[in-house]
Ligand binder design. Structure first.
Ligand SMILES: NC(=O)c1ccc[n+]([C@@H]2O[C@H](COP(=O)([O-])OP(=O)(O)OC[C@H]3O[C@@H](n4cnc5c(N)ncnc54)[C@H](OP(=O)(O)O)[C@@H]3O)[C@@H](O)[C@H]2O)c1
Length: 323
């Protein structure tokens, strides 16, 4: 079957480690289900994998991709939850110390077929296209958990989203708006700031700009480049939720005195549970909100999508399709 996979690890030139070609179709273990992939979306995670983050050399070749929507063997339309937990684990799967994401230990979704534990399948409603549904399991689920579980924001609260153009960031803006939050966003790029406003942000600012007032919460995925601004933008007792560090994990200053003096809360966040994915799907059905898709291309052209993400030239999600 066709797949996009890592054949080696390259911390400095991740695109050179990507192969788009043939891999054997997967066997289906007892209790698992096969999904014929109709659409799969690209995440920054896939670039990190090619750089060797979370993917050691001895697991290669590894099919990349966390997100998919497709058909199970009974012809049901499904969305794939990418968090693979220990079967014995009870409760929130993201807290299972043995959990992994698809493409870390188990072959990923950028392929004709993927196999996952049967409980990882969530019904796909007919009103979501396969392309839209394929955006949900990583970027959109992460955004949902950041806003509504970790920050626990109530309608009317003000939230700042850093790095407006990203897959997670566009989801944060659209979901936040639909939930009645006042959403402010930053971006280095004028076009992305304009898009943030179209998506529902109340105001968009240049990265690092002084805000009109301090906010209740900041959603961070950029990391070192925006960390100081995130802390300075929070009101006393405000919350920063961080789920990524694209620009690096070590900010110049961690500003510990600001954190304790203003009693700031710092909340890490990773992916989301199957139940949260189910609720996210229902939220989209109820509100009519849909993922912002930057581009759709056949899986054969996956290298082009990876190149655009590596260049930071993405506004929303890139989706790969299969016939
Ligand atoms: N913990 C989890 O479960 C989880 C889940 C999903 C994603 N993540 C992580 O979250 C991050 C974002 O993921 P994504 O898929 O949304 O990636 P993405 O689509 O590639 O995000 C790109 C955005 O990051 C911002 N950015 C990148 N470098 C920057 C810099 N030096 N300074 C300022 N902004 C910068 C850009 O904002 P502007 O150009 O608009 O300024 C850009 O729009 C990644 O690191 C990813 O690994 C984690």
């Amino acid at each position: 079957m066709l797949a996009a996979f890592a054949t080696r690890i390259s911390p400095d030139d991740p695109l050179s480690a990507l192969t788009v070609g043939e891999r054997p179709a997967p066997d289906v273990p007892e209790g698992w289900a096969r999904v014929r992939v109709k659409a799969a979306s690209l995440n920054h995670h896939d670039l990190w994998s090619l750089r060797g983050v979370g993917l050691p050399e001895d697991r290669l070749p590894m099919i990349l991709g966390c997100d998919a929507a497709g058909l199970d063997d009974d012809g049901n339309e499904v969305v794939v939850h990418a968090v693979i937990g220990d079967p014995a684990w009870q409760g929130d799967e993201t807290l299972d110390p043995r959990r992994s994401l698809l493409s870390e230990r188990h072959q990923g979704t950028l392929a004709d077929e993927v196999v996952v534990p049967r409980r990882n399948l969530v019904p796909k409603p007919a009103e979501l296209s396969f392309e839209e549904a394929a955006c949900l399991p990583t970027a959109w689920l992460t955004a949902y958990r950041m806003l509504f579980t970790q920050a626990d924001l109530a309608p009317g609260a003000t939230v700042l989203v850093q790095g407006a153009g990203g897959g997670v960031a566009t989801a944060l803006i659209a979901l936040g708006r639909a939930a009645g939050l006042r959403v402010w966003a930053t971006s280095r790029d004028e076009e992305k700031r304009a898009k943030a406003l179209e998506l529902g942000a109340d105001q968009a600012f240049e990265s690092g700009a002084r805000l009109p007032e301090r906010v209740d919460a900041v959603m961070e995925t950029v990391g070192a480049a925006t960390w100081s601004h995130s802390l300075k933008s929070l009101r006393q007792g405000g919350t920063v939720v961080i789920s990524g560090a694209t620009s690096g994990p070590n900010p110049k200053a961690t500003e510990l005195n600001r954190i304790f003096f203003l009693q700031l809360r710092i909340h890490g966040s990773t992916m989301g549970t199957r139940d949260e994915l189910d609720r996210l799907v229902r939220f989209l059905r109820a509100t009519g909100v849909r993922p912002l898709i930057d581009g759709v291309m056949p899986l054969e052209d996956a290298a082009k999508g990876f190149e655009r993400m590596a260049a930071g030239d993405v506004l929303g999600k890139i989706v790969f399709t299969r016939p």
